[in-house]
Design a protein around this ligand. Structure first.
Ligand SMILES: *[C@@H]1O[C@H](CO)[C@@H](O)[C@H](O)[C@H]1NC(C)=O
Ligand SMILES: *[C@@H]1O[C@H](CO)[C@@H](O)[C@H](O)[C@H]1NC(C)=O
Ligand SMILES: *[C@@H]1O[C@H](CO)[C@@H](O)[C@H](O)[C@H]1NC(C)=O
Length: 301
């Protein structure tokens, strides 16, 4: 038996299960288990027979139903399902990862308190709300209609966390006298950071420092950036630079300022003369060799 088939029958079983739950919940007094069984099997048979007639007005998913939702860790997110022609069928939400039935009609089926079925009477929208989503909630979900066989509409949920990145990577090698140019990008924050602070070692970088030649340009938006420029780099500018937004984790980079004459001369020499490929490679290898004290341990041996 193929995996898809097995998954489908599992889904169908879970739907049927949910159906029992609905029937049991709809009476004013809870019917005994055997009554619920009788009613549901009668309904099941009726629905099954009706399907065979192949109705023209079968239910279908509104094509405008979103297929890819992005949410933030800890912030409520809603997966929407728009269904036309539902008639008396039931809409359910199922999590693919573990084939877990989350909602059945207007009822929340899962015991995970963060999930909630949302539906306004007579509307076409059947939503699944997740109150406090976590990264592990990312993945495929499916909205299903209880036709025979059930039809489904997959929705991908992507839960993201605030993140900070310095674009030059973890290490930067620059020549003494040139400009240290670091760009820090902050993404996926609920609102733009109110501050982005740069530090050099333990020292907060500000403009009235004796160092001079420092500038900062910050742009805030859906994605915020802060660019730090330190002109005419010298040995004392080497070290760890950290970019710390107020509402996202910090990111750090180690800057090495190369003061030796040789790497500088070598690189200039390489750049200036018009070299063929072999010479360029040789030049690169020699430069790499001269940088060994810095690159060892970073590139491995
Ligand atoms: C969903 O959208 C995000 C960005 O909005 C994208 O990174 C991701 O690859 C998309 N996923 C799918 C399954 O389409
Ligand atoms: C849906 O309605 C039809 C009549 O239109 C009825 O025969 C059938 O039993 C109903 N199915 C359910 C699941 O209530
Ligand atoms: C700094 O680097 C960015 C790209 O990483 C570049 O667009 C910008 O012009 C640079 N600024 C200076 C002053 O070098």
């Amino acid at each position: 038996m193929g995996r898809t088939h097995r998954v489908k029958s599992l889904l169908w079983l879970s739907l049927l299960h949910g159906f029992l739950f609905l029937i049991a919940g709809s009476g004013t007094e809870a019917p005994s288990e055997s009554t619920a069984m009788d009613i549901s099997s009668r309904h099941f048979r009726a629905e099954y027979l009706q399907e065979w007639q192949g109705s023209v007005d079968a239910p279908y998913f509104d094509p405008s139903t979103p297929r890819n939702i992005t949410g933030l860790v800890g912030h409520p997110v809603r997966l929407l399902c728009r269904v036309k022609n539902l008639q008396n069928r039931t809409v359910s939400w199922v999590r693919h990862r573990d084939i877990h039935l989350l909602t059945v009609g207007r009822y929340t089926y899962t015991s995970d308190q963060r999930f909630e079925a949302q539906h306004k009477p007579r509307s076409e929208e059947w939503a699944l709300r997740i109150r406090s989503p976590q990264r592990r909630d990312s993945g495929q979900y499916e909205c299903q209609i209880s036709t025979t066989p059930p039809i489904g509409h997959a929705v991908y949920l992507n839960i993201v966390e605030p993140e900070t990145e310095i674009s030059s990577g973890l290490e930067l090698f620059i020549q003494a006298g040139s400009t240290i140019n670091l760009t820090c990008t902050v993404r996926h924050t609920p609102e733009p950071p109110s501050s982005i602070t740069w530090t050099h070692g333990e020292q907060i970088i500000n403009f009235d420092s004796a160092r001079g030649g420092i500038s900062l340009v910050t742009e805030k938006g859906l994605k915020s950036t802060s660019r730090l420029l330190v002109q005419r780099a010298r040995g004392s500018d080497a070290g760890v630079y950290t970019c710390g937004p107020n509402n996202a984790p910090p990111a750090a980079i180690r800057v090495h300022v190369l003061s030796g004459e040789h790497p500088a001369a070598m690189q200039q020499g390489c750049a200036k003369s018009s070299l063929d490929k072999a010479a360029a490679l040789l030049c690169f290898l020699i430069t790499l060799h001269m940088l060994r004290p810095f690159t060892d341990g970073y590139f491995g041996t």
